[in-house]
Design a protein around this ligand. Structure first.
Ligand code: KG4
Ligand code: ZN
Length: 351
């Protein structure tokens, strides 16, 4: 069933796909009235990565509180909500189940329509939303290409319109953020690894250690596992003994990850005649990546846009916005909808 919410429709978004518990209220698919995010880095740091069972337990503890906080901040009641949008995948199954169960509960108890959202589409939508009185980071220029790079995902997504997304390529193994997190652990820099590597790299020489730039012929897919293994071999053969040597390794690895991430973008922009380049995912915080993207935008003659950091990382406002457009273009979900650890977007070569 298609949903016909208007520009004033209030969407309650819920996001629990990984280790952030988040709820938000978004008006008309574009205007953020509230966006409450509770992270769990403190719980997972000691393990150097997200522990799924711990993540879902924490979601269970805080989901009701976070949802009520989001409603309170937006000054709306559940009875005023027109649509509940929730991430149904991809993500950790136990974590997804907590958000989807909560969303189903609100939908059933208050008779609100429900829509299950693809987390990847939500990251793209983060570029097109903003609080009242502020402009979204991206313009409505289509087609737009989005580089999505987080701890769980690395994809190149073509957005032809709101609600219309195709995957042009993705990582064949580790996500970019995952590779940064693993190498940070190897270099004993802490968790999350991306910011730790970036900080250490600031004092290092990016050309100190020769690392590969993996390229997959005939495809826009990318790969980070070989890069990570090359760095691990280097550390095994010549263990760093000084802070400077660690910084050099961090800088060389960061440079290799960023160059691998942006390597396909000029060809993608040209092939699809993209009018804008945008970003999503926690790795978008990286300054070197932002600088390289700015250079690509300039050389290709198209604008680039980054959401503010709180919208780059996992949050429910982007889920609410994606749900608003999805319910209009593809319809609602049933109360017995499922969760999916893998939920690929339609890929370009399947069309
Ligand atoms: O989107 P996100 O918060 O969570 C998901 O993975 O969905 O992304 C987290 C990832 C982590 O791998 C983290 O190391 C990386 O984003 N990250 C960064 C930076 N800040 C966070 N990577 C590179 N540079 C950063 N400044
Ligand atoms: Zn994410």
């Amino acid at each position: 069933m298609r949903w016909t919410g208007g520009s004033e429709a209030l969407v309650l978004g819920i996001e629990t796909s990984c280790d952030e518990t988040s709820a938000a209220v978004v008006r008309g698919g574009r205007q953020i009235l509230s966006n409450v995010v509770a992270g769990q880095d403190d719980l997972h740091a000691v393990f150097g990565g997200v522990v799924p069972e711990i993540a879902s337990r924490r979601h269970t503890e805080v989901i009701t509180l976070i949802t009520h906080k989001a409603l309170h901040q937006a000054q709306v009641s559940l009875a005023e909500i027109d649509l509940v949008a929730v991430t149904q995948g991809p993500g950790l199954i136990g974590s997804l189940l907590v958000g989807v169960s909560a969303a189903k509960g609100y939908a059933a108890a208050y008779g609100i329509p429900l829509v299950g959202v693809n987390h990847l589409k939500a990251h793209v939508m983060a570029n097109f939303i903003a609080p009242p009185g502020q402009e979204p980071s991206a313009q409505q220029l289509f087609p737009t290409v989005c580089l999505l790079a987080s701890g769980g995902h690395t994809s190149f997504i073509l957005m032809r319109q709101f609600g219309d997304y195709q995957s042009l390529g993705e990582t064949r193994d580790d996500a970019a953020g995952e590779a940064l997190d693993k190498v940070a652990r190897l270099l004993e820099l802490g968790y999350p690894g991306g910011p730790a590597i970036e900080q250490a790299a600031a004092q290092g020489n990016p050309n100190a250690v020769a690392l590969p730039r993996p390229h997959i012929e005939g495809s826009y897919d990318c790969s980070f596992a070989g890069l990570k293994t090359a760095l691990a071999r280097q550390v095994r053969e010549t263990p760093p003994e000084t802070t400077q040597q660690v910084a050099d390794l961090a800088a060389s690895f960061q440079q290799a990850v960023v160059e691998t991430l942006v390597g396909n973008l000029p060809a993608i922009i040209q092939q699809f005649n993209a009018k804008q380049l945008i970003m999503g995912g926690g790795v978008a915080a990286n300054q070197l990546l932002r600088q390289k993207l700015a250079e690509i935008g300039q050389s290709q003659g198209i604008p680039i846009a980054f959401p503010p950091l709180d919208l780059c990382t996992d949050n429910a406002a982007m889920v609410a916005a994606a749900g608003y457009f999805q319910a209009q273009s593809q319809g609602l979900s049933a109360l017995d909808m499922d969760v999916f650890s893998s939920l690929p977007l339609p890929s370009y070569d399947q069309l």
